[in-house]
Design a protein around this ligand. Structure first.
Ligand SMILES: NC(=O)C1=CN([C@@H]2O[C@H](COP(=O)(O)OP(=O)(O)OC[C@H]3O[C@@H](n4cnc5c(N)ncnc54)[C@H](O)[C@@H]3O)[C@@H](O)[C@H]2O)[C@@H](O)CC1
Ligand SMILES: [K+]
Length: 485
């Protein structure tokens, strides 16, 4: 499991550790790790051109000490001192090692560099980058050099991943002691590049993480495995209430996702047109054509998937109410999210609810503006889970899973090829199948997001995909996490 922490959590741990060590020890450890990553990235240190962007705090101190180490190995290092003051001891060590202070236009130095070290601000930053840091960040982004960010890319809020103005887009971020939340959550995550962790001994002083990212091995542990005495009922029956005479494809895709994700049986319930389609595509599914909008006669299921392609009219509303009146977990997606945002009382039920919105759908549910949600995904996912008393899977380039009292789980297995119609229906089916197999909403949502993202990568292999391909690739994704690939 990858773990990440807020700036406050890191600071508290650093204070506890620093109290036991001679002054400056942590910064030396940080700088040594940073210099080692820079050296590897450069390949050949001797004769290479390195430019340090140095802010006024300890983030700049890290950069200066690392610059000193690189200068001692023969790199031509220039420092752009951007702040009103500079880390004094760091600067002294740097100058002693033969490092130079850039004269003239900083942009010119940056343009000629092989490697730019972004030491403008780290966890001590507040708000958008101020001048001249903002211009330096943009100059680093425009330059051909490789950019290595110290601790966090400057301009990315370490605790949330928010980007409120100019920000460095790094190829590598060398983070000290433990990863910061903003390196895992977009839009910050997209600026971090590869994250390299430098161990400075913070481990024993860290509290429980703020956010976590499951690895394939974690998912393999959580996934149910059919035992000898499993039959189709014990493996979990998932009900799918999706699709309508207008939208038949969503039903086919959601059922497909559920079948591929290990449900013992899939029961589909819907109107005539999607029933015909589901029968044709999936002879494995047990299909009920509904003569009225209610699922009481459909037979026993262990979880419901509700909403993809359902429509938002009276028929759909009554069907949603009937599904939500059941006593099993319900996944609420797509049109059903619109229905419950019109009538939030539908979500008041004893059994668990998993909602799977994208930012626009979450905006309808909570009333927060869509742009605001996109800018602060973590806060909004968390707040929605707390306010609605449900588990929230917020879709996006990094999908988040939030549940009250648990660290938010971040999924980064996805690919931008997944941003195509119908993939959400497949995800709903996969998550529903995991719910029916007994995983709680938090685990079902995070395992489904992981497998769905991986299936997307397998299906795409660098080329466009159709949602049906993603469903077909889910078994291979399961195989890969089980085999540790
Ligand atoms: N405390 C420690 O023992 C360690 C700290 N380390 C480094 O120290 C960093 C934290 O250092 P600091 O607490 O000094 O804080 P930072 O260096 O992150 O930033 C604080 C400085 O930046 C300025 N600043 C804040 N927001 C700004 C903005 N939006 N635009 C322009 N300037 C802004 C402040 O006025 C202040 O001078 C970490 O990120 C890490 O790189 C590491 O060396 C590990 C050990
Ligand atoms: K930085």
């Amino acid at each position: 499991m990858r773990t990440a922490y807020t700036a406050d959590q890191i600071r508290a741990a650093e204070h506890a550790l620093m109290a036991r060590l001679p002054e400056g020890t942590l910064m030396m450890r940080a700088a040594a790790g940073l210099a080692a990553v820079c050296a590897t990235a450069l390949g050949r240190v001797y004769g290479s051109r390195v430019v340090l962007l140095v802010g006024s705090g300890d983030n700049g101190g890290d950069a200066l000490y690392a610059g000193a180490l690189l200068a001692r190995r023969g790199a031509r290092v220039e420092a752009v001192l951007a702040g009103s003051r500079t880390h004094e001891r760091g600067l002294r060590a740097y100058l002693l090692a033969g490092g130079r202070v850039a004269g003239g236009a900083a942009a010119t130095a940056v343009e000629r560099a092989d490697l730019v070290v972004d030491g403008l601000v780290g966890i001590g930053a507040t708000g958008a980058l101020r001048a001249p840091y903002d211009e330096l960040a943009l100059a680093a982004n425009a330059a051909p050099a490789l950019t290595v960010a110290v601790d966090v890319p400057s301009g990315v809020d370490a605790s949330s991943g928010r980007v409120a103005g100019a920000a460095v887009a790094a190829q590598i971020t060398v983070t000290m002691g433990a990863a910061k939340t903003g390196l895992l959550v977009d839009p910050g995550a997209a600026r971090a590049g590869t994250v390299e962790l430098v161990d400075i001994g913070l481990g024993p002083h860290l509290p429980g993480p703020d956010v976590v990212a499951l690895t394939g091995a974690d998912v393999a542990e959580l996934l149910p495995r059919p035992g000898k005495e499993s039959d189709k009922y014990r493996r979990g029956v998932v009900g799918v209430a999706a699709g309508s005479d207008l939208y038949t494809g969503a039903a086919v895709l959601a059922v497909g996702g559920a079948l591929r994700a290990g449900a013992g049986m899939v029961r589909y319930a819907g109107q005539h047109a999607p029933v015909t389609q589901v029968r044709t595509h999936w002879p494995e599914a047990v299909v009920t054509e509904l003569s009225r909008p209610g699922v009481e006669e459909v037979g026993r299921v262990q979880a419901w998937v509700l909403g993809p392609g359902l429509g938002t009219g009276e028929w759909a509303r009554e069907l949603a109410a009937s599904v939500l009146a059941s006593d099993v977990p319900v996944l609420v997606d797509a049109d059903a999210l619109t229905l419950v945002s019109r009538d939030p009382s539908l979500l008041r039920r004893a059994a668990p609810v998993l909602v799977t919105p994208h930012a626009g759908e979450l905006s309808r549910l909570t009333g927060a503006a869509r742009d605001e949600i996109e800018a602060a995904r973590l806060e909004h996912a968390r707040a929605a889970a707390a306010e609605l008393g449900v588990t929230v899977l917020l879709k996006g380039s990094t999908t988040l899973v939030a549940a009250a009292g648990r660290p938010v789980r971040v999924n980064a297995t996805g690919t931008s090829w997944l941003a195509t119609g119908g993939t959400g229906d497949v995800l709903a089916g996969v998550a529903g199948a995991l719910l029916a197999q007994g995983l709680d909403c938090y685990d079902a949502a995070s395992c489904a997001a992981h497998l769905h993202g991986l299936a997307g990568r397998i299906a795409a292999e660098g080329a466009p995909l159709a949602a049906g391909d993603v469903a077909a690739a889910v078994p291979e994704a399961v195989r890969r996490v089980r085999d540790g690939r």
